[in-house]
Design a protein around this ligand. Structure first.
Ligand code: DQA
Length: 216
């Protein structure tokens, strides 16, 4: 209070033309003194500085908010291997009568705050290339891979999964363990984060769910 009064007197009394700025040194007396005519310019500078600081704070808050949104939004890639382009038509007693397009629509609706990409190929090399591509894409948070029959035969697919850091979940529509013995063995499982099998097309949804949990 006393300090405030002293400042007012210093600025507006004619015999005290100088206005103290800053912190008085320990020994007493003021260091920075400005003339009363300079007060508006000084106030303008102060105002500008405050506006700039507010702007910096706002930019930081927006950046943090955007980072949180990006963290929450994930891109998940579903890869289907050989013969899975025929879902809905192929052995409906085992794989059901729903097409992958219908399943994908439902998935995209359910996970609408995320991006669900899809790739299908009947060729081993194409599947490997797509896995490499996913591994090089920092936005792809995970891969749900139904490698079809390559699951049981492909060391090359195993190596492609092992070569990338992106988590891969092995997916099967049918319960491969309740089928012929040749389907009990998975070449790719040791390189995958987990395996989901036997829940029909819902296996894909469960895999996406599991991958999203890994990203949180
Ligand atoms: C499959 C199981 C594989 O054994 C088979 O070769 C497939 C589909 C499944 O989704 O159940 O093509 O991966």
């Amino acid at each position: 209070m006393g300090c405030k009064l002293a400042l007012v007197r210093l600025v507006f009394e004619d015999d005290s033309p100088r206005f103290p700025v800053g912190i008085p040194p320990a020994g007493g007396g003021w260091t920075g003194l400005i003339h009363r005519s300079e007060v508006p310019a000084f106030a303008g500078l102060l105002w500008g500085w405050m506006v700039f600081c507010n702007f910096v704070v706002m930019v930081r808050v927006c950046y943090a908010g955007l980072s949180l949104i990006l963290l929450y939004m994930a891109k998940i890639l579903i890869i289907n291997g050989p013969n899975l382009n025929l879902l809905g038509l192929r052995e409906p007693g085992i794989y059901g009568s729903q097409s992958m397009d219908v399943a994908l629509d439902a998935l995209r609706r359910e996970f609408d705050s995320h991006e669900i990409d899809y790739f299908q190929s009947n060729h081993e090399g194409d599947l490997i290339d797509r896995l490499h591509q996913a591994g090089a894409d920092p936005d792809t948070a995970g891969v749900a891979l139904n490698a079809g029959a390559y699951t049981h035969t492909s060391l090359a697919l195993h190596d492609a999964i092992a070569a990338i850091k992106t988590p891969v979940v092995e997916v099967h529509i049918s319960n491969v363990h309740s089928r012929e013995e040749v389907r009990h063995r998975s070449m790719i499982a040791p390189a995958c984060r987990g395996v989901i099998a036997g829940f029909g097309l819902d296996s894909y949804r469960l895999a996406v769910e599991a991958l999203l949990r890994l990203t949180r």
